[in-house]
Every structure is written in C-alpha cells, then in structure tokens.
Design a protein around this ligand. Structure first.
Ligand SMILES: Nc1nc2c(ncn2[C@@H]2O[C@H](COP(=O)(O)OP(=O)(O)OP(=O)(O)O)[C@@H](O)[C@H]2O)c(=O)[nH]1
Ligand SMILES: [Mg+2]
Length: 452
C-alpha cells in the first residue's frame, strides 16, 4: 500500500493525494495485495472503557480491515478529554512509541477526531503516519466509489476534510500573532492551497448539482407512476443490499466489509400487481463524518424522499450494540431531514440466532419483520408488508365510465389494481384501487363529460 494511503497532514501531499486518479489507486491496491496488509496500532481516548467504548474501538479495527490494514495492537487512555496538543498524554505517548520496536506498525489510527495541530505534533514525535477515524472512513469511501457521481462525492468530502484542517492550521498561525517568523512563503503557500481547494470544491459542487438535476428528472418520472418509494437504511453491514437482492432479484454487490455500497440502486418489485420502488444506498455508522453526509446529499435523497424507510438492523448483534447502532442511524436520518418518514424495522440475519432469541426479539419488537436474507426466511412476510404499504397508498375508485369515454379505461388498467367491471345501461361500472391523483383525474374527466 502506498505510503500515503491515508490522508497525510502535509498540505502539499493532501492536495496531491486528492487529485490522484482511479488508475493510480487500482495500481496501489494491487501492489498492496502483494505486500500484505499494512499494520496499524489503534489508539483511543475514553472517559470510561465501557461496552460502548469497546464497540467503538472494535469498529475502528473493522474499518481498518475494510481499508486494508491489520490492527496489531491497541492502546487506550482513560481521561476526561484527549490532550489538546498531542491527543495522548505524555506517559501514554511514550508507551505507544515503545511499542513500535515490537509491532513495527505502518500507521497509528486514532479512534476520534484529530485537529491538524494534534496530527502534526503526533507525526513529528512518532515519525509515523497518523490518521483519525474520519480519514479512515473517507478512505474506504474512496476505495468503494464506483460511479462518476460517487467519485465526485468522495472527492468533495475529502476536500472538505482537508479544507477544514487547513483552516485549523491557519487559525493556529493567526493565534501566533502573525508577527515575526510567521509570515512569508509558508503563509502564502497555505493561502494559495486554500484557494485551490475552494475552487475545486466549487467545481465539484456544481457538477454534483448538474447530476442531481438529471437524477431529479428520473425521480419525477418514477413519482408519476404513483408507486410508493421505499428506502433501505441502516447501519453499515446490516444486510441492506442482501435484502435488496432477496426482494428484487437485483445483483447489488454484497460483502462483509463496511460501506460496501455507496451508489444508490433502485428496483421495482411487484407483488400481486402492486408495485414498489425499492432503493438501496449507503450505510450509516456512529459519528459518520459530516463532510460525507454533506457530500452525499444527492445520494441520500433516495432516503430523504422515501415514503417508507426500512430500517435494517442486525438481529445477531447483542442488544446494547444494536441499540447504539439504531441511535446512530436515527441521528443520521434526522440530520438528512428524514426524521419524520415512517419506519418499518427489519431485524435481519436471524439465521444466526437461536429460536429463544427470536422469540425474545418478537416480543420486544412486535411490529418488526424478522428476516434472513441468507436463507430467505421472512422475505415473503416482508414482501407482504410492502404490498400492504402500496395498497394503503391507493384509494378505492368506484365510477361509471360513459360508453362514449371508453378511452378513460386505459388509465384504469395502466394504474389500477384489483379491477372489476360491470356493464350498465349508461356505461361501464368500474371499481379499482388507484393512485389518488389518477382517481381524481378520472373523476374530473367523467364529471366534465356527463355535465356536457
Ligand atoms: N448470516 C447472514 N449473513 C447475512 C445476512 N444478510 C447479509 N449477510 C452478510 O452480511 C454482510 C453484509 O451484507 P450487505 O448486504 O453487504 O450489507 P449492507 O447493509 O448492504 O452493507 P453496506 O453496503 O456496507 O452498508 C455480507 O457478508 C452478507 O453476506 C443474513 O440474513 N444472514
Ligand atoms: Mg450494501
């Protein structure tokens, strides 16, 4: 893996890195396979080393694994807040340094956010690459981005991250008073870097805006069909894409990796004539970098615009972890303005738990659907629930279509479900379940005809 696989603090390298193309990345990935995974030491600063803290640290280990690094050791400091200058206190910092000779790490990964100053201080003292949790997540996103839009979104998030840290450095310089020794080439370099970043970010935002507009046109077309939109949302690795495939026969990439899916996919599923548009998209994680949430706005619109959110959770996780993950999911949903959209809880991976545990889950979450995307257990029940949703959105149409207006019948057949017809003296008596807008249109057309 290249030396600067993760975002470096060096401003020149930062900019270089963000401009590297996909081909270079591919090459880098291939050479990294040959060399074996990088070795990382994980560093955490916690108030208390409780279950949640352990989970969060474990999650960073998983994130590193997904990004291609193996965790060889960890070091946890317990204090109210990390050291303002060096993140770790003096003693822990020495302890960490002493571990290097034994573990020979390639990088140190911090389970938290580092300021640009902290990162610089750590790298100076330890002479090793230091990355924070956000950088690790951004890196995975960069690895997994496939479409042009996904790549633009990742690049925007990376630039926002760099920009924010440069701003930190800038303020640091300003605090120094801008006096003797702080001006000069360094300062103007920083200034022009920032301008470069700003310009590039503006270009990316514009391009993403264009893409979003064309996506909106497609979305409007789908809306016109009257079919309800259902979005799969949930913690990363919960099995959203697997469920998408099980429900729709799609072939979305599934992997035991975090953030496997970045690009949204929408498929129509149809059950007894009821159509549903099902979307799969990026997963969530606790402390999802806000740069990503902002950059992925257009992708997350699939969730934001849904009529129903299938909140997919991993039934095989212990209760406390599932709860923490559910809270993280709710936080992101709130952040993207999807807080008020109705939810249906789907507890997936039930093949991994005992019968008793299933009973307990059913009792605790009476409204949830229990599924296994792996064995197909519960998939029919989930499909049935989705059909009910589609049905609930339709209204009962009950009209007599005059013989002269037979053409209106085509609308009924195109958009209606459960259709019945009966011939009468004045016309065709039709009942059907219809999208409310289409039903209203028909009523108006018939009223206009009969009043003539
Ligand atoms: N045992 C079991 N494994 C499952 C089930 N559903 C998914 N998995 C596995 O869980 C892992 C993650 O599945 P994905 O469908 O990629 O999960 P996701 O929620 O789309 O993940 P991201 O796209 O990374 O957010 C894969 O290894 C799947 O094979 C299930 O019902 N049972
Ligand atoms: Mg997925």
């Amino acid at each position: 893996m290249g030396k600067d696989r993760y975002l470096d603090h060096g401003k020149d390298r930062d900019i270089q890195r963000t401009y590297r193309g996909g081909a270079e990345r591919e090459l880098e990935r291939e050479t990294s396979v040959a060399k074996g995974p990088e070795k990382a030491i994980v560093v955490a600063s916690v108030v208390r080393l409780d279950e949640d803290a352990e989970d969060s640290i474990h999650e960073l280990v998983e994130l590193l694994r997904t990004g291609g690094a193996q965790t060889v050791a960890r070091i946890v400091q317990q204090r109210v807040r990390p050291d303002a200058k060096t993140y770790l206190g003096k003693g822990k910092l020495e302890e960490l340094h002493e571990m290097f000779s034994q573990y020979r790490p390639d990088l140190v990964a911090i389970n938290g956010e580092l300021s640009a100053g902290q990162q610089r201080a750590l790298e100076d003292r330890l002479s090793i690459r230091v990355v924070d949790r956000t950088a690790v997540i951004l890196d995975i996103f960069a690895l997994h981005a496939r479409t042009a839009e996904g790549k633009l979104q990742v690049e925007l998030a990376q630039l926002a991250y760099s920009y924010q840290r440069q701003e930190g450095l800038w303020q640091h310089l300003e605090r120094l008073g801008g006096g003797v020794g702080t001006r000069g080439p360094g300062e103007s370099q920083l200034e022009s870097d920032r301008r470069l970043l700003r310009n590039r970010m503006a270009v990316l935002r514009r391009r993403l805006g264009d893409l979003d507009r064309s996506r909106n046109i497609m979305r409007d077309r789908r809306l016109g069909s009257g079919a309800p939109r259902v979005a799969l949302a949930g913690y990363t690795n919960a099995g959203k894409s697997s469920l998408m495939n099980a429900l729709s026969g799609a072939t979305v990439s599934v992997n035991d990796a975090l953030f496997e899916t970045l690009d949204p996919t929408t498929r129509a599923i149809e059950e007894r004539g009821y159509r549903i548009l099902l979307s799969d998209t990026v997963g969530f994680i606790r402390a999802l970098p806000h740069q990503l949430v902002e950059a992925f706005q257009s992708t997350l619109n699939e969730v934001h615009d849904a009529d129903l959110i299938l909140h997919v959770a991993d039934a095989s996780e212990p209760e406390h972890r599932r709860l923490a993950q559910a809270i993280a999911v709710e936080d992101v949903l709130e952040e993207i303005g999807a807080g008020a959209i109705p939810r249906l809880l789907v507890l997936n991976k039930i093949d991994r738990i005992s019968n008793e545990d299933r009973q307990a889950l059913r009792a605790r979450h009476p409204d949830a659907v229990l599924t296994s995307a792996l064995t197909g257990d519960g998939i029919d029940a989930l499909r049935e629930r989705l059909t009910e949703v589609a049905r609930d959105r339709l209204t009962q149409l009950d009209v007599v279509i005059p013989w002269s207006a037979g053409v209106l019948l085509s609308d009924v057949y195109r958009l209606g479900r459960d259709i019945s017809e009966e011939q009468t003296a004045t016309g065709l008596h039709v009942t059907a379940m219809m999208p409310p807008a289409a039903a209203a249109r028909l009523h108006t057309a018939i009223a206009a005809l009969t009043s003539e």
